[in-house]
Design a protein around this ligand. Sequence first.
Ligand code: HEC
Ligand code: HEC
Length: 313
Amino acid sequence: MTLRFLSFSLLVLAGCSTPPAEPAAAAPSAAEAPAAVDAAPAVADAAPSTRGAEVFATNCAICHGAEGRGDGPGGVSLDPPAADLRGMRAAHLKGIPRRQIIEEGRPGTAMVGWKAILSPEDLDAVYTFVHEMKHGPGGGMGGMGANVDKPTLQRAQGAMMALGSSLKGELVSTMKEQGPEAALEVCSTSAQAMTAEVATEQGVTLGRSSLRLRNPANAGPAWVQGWLTMQGERKAEGVKPQVLSATRDDGVAVVRVIKPLPVEAPCLVCHGPDEGRAPSLSETLAQRYPSDAATGYALGDLRGAIWAEAVVK
Ligand code: HEC
Ligand code: HEC
C-alpha cells in the first residue's frame, strides 16, 4: 500500500462507519500565525504536541530552559527566577492556573503575558506542551511530543489513517447500498481483521478503543486506557490528538499517536440511545456483543479514540 505523508493534519477518522467526515480544519500555516515563530510548514501541520514543542523552544526556552527546568540562559539570574515547569510549583504560584499565567503573565516579573503575542492555536499548543512536561501526556504516561522520531511518527500516523480509511470505505459503501444492518455485519466481521492487516502491513500496533466498549477485544494497551480515563466521559470538543515518545516496559523506544473520535450523526445509528433504533438492529447487536456498553451516546460525545504505536527503528 502506498501512502503519502507529506502533510499531516490528522484526518478525522471515522469509527466503524460513516461517510468520509470533513477533514479537520488544517492547522494555521506558519504564514498566518502572527507569532514571532519562524516555523517550517511541516511543523505547523504537525500534531499539537509537536507544535507546542516548537513554540516553547522559540519563545520560552530562553528563560525556562530547553527542558523546562527553569535553567535557561536568560532565566537563572532573574528575580524571581524562571519557574521550573517540571518540579513542584513555588508556593506563591499555587492556586493560580498555569493557563492564566501563560496568557496574562506575572506583573512585576520577567514572565510577560503571551496572549497578545501568540495566536490562540499556539497558546493552546504551548499550554498543552507545558502541561505534558509536568504530568506527561495522559497524566504521566511517558515522554513528550518533542524530539519525536519523524519516520516512526509517519509510520504510526500512516497506519492510523489507513485503518480509518479502509474501515470507512467498506462501511460507507455497505451502508449506502445495503443499509445499517449490513454495515453492522461488515463492522463486526471485518473491523478486527482490517486492524490486524493494517498493523502487519505497516509494522505498528494499532486499534480503536473506548471507555465504553462494544467489543472487549478493543480494550487496547494501558497507555490508551490511561489516556481515555484521563479524558473521562465528556464531549469531544477540545480533546486534542497527542503524539508522544515513550519507552515501553521492555525498554523499547516507541512513538505513540492517539486521536479522539467524536460521535457524529451517522454513529448514532449504532451507538446512540436504544430507543429509536430498529429492533432488528438492536437484536443483532445484543447477539454479537453481549457485553455491549457502546450505546446511549449523544451527538458530540467523545466516543473513544484511534491509536497507534510504532517502534523506533
Ligand atoms: C524572559 C523570561 C521568561 C520567558 C521568555 C518566559 N517565562 Fe514563564 N516565567 C518566567 C518567570 C520569571 C516566572 C516566575 C514568575 C513568578 O515567580 O511569579 C515564570 C513563570 C511561568 C509559569 C508559572 C509556573 C508555575 O509553576 O505556575 C509558566 C506556566 C510559564 N512561566 C510558562 C511560560 C511559557 C509557556 C513561556 C513561553 C510562551 C514562558 N513562560 C516564557 C520567565 C519567563
Ligand atoms: C453500522 C453500525 C455502526 C456504526 C454506524 C458505527 N459503529 Fe462503531 N462499532 C460498531 C461495531 C459493530 C463495533 C465493534 C467492532 C469490533 O468488533 O471490533 C464498533 C466499534 C467501535 C469502536 C471500537 C471500540 C469498541 O467499543 O469496541 C469505536 C471507537 C467506534 N465503534 C466508534 C464509532 C464512531 C466514532 C462512529 C461514527 C463515526 C461509529 N463507530 C459508527 C458499529 C457501528
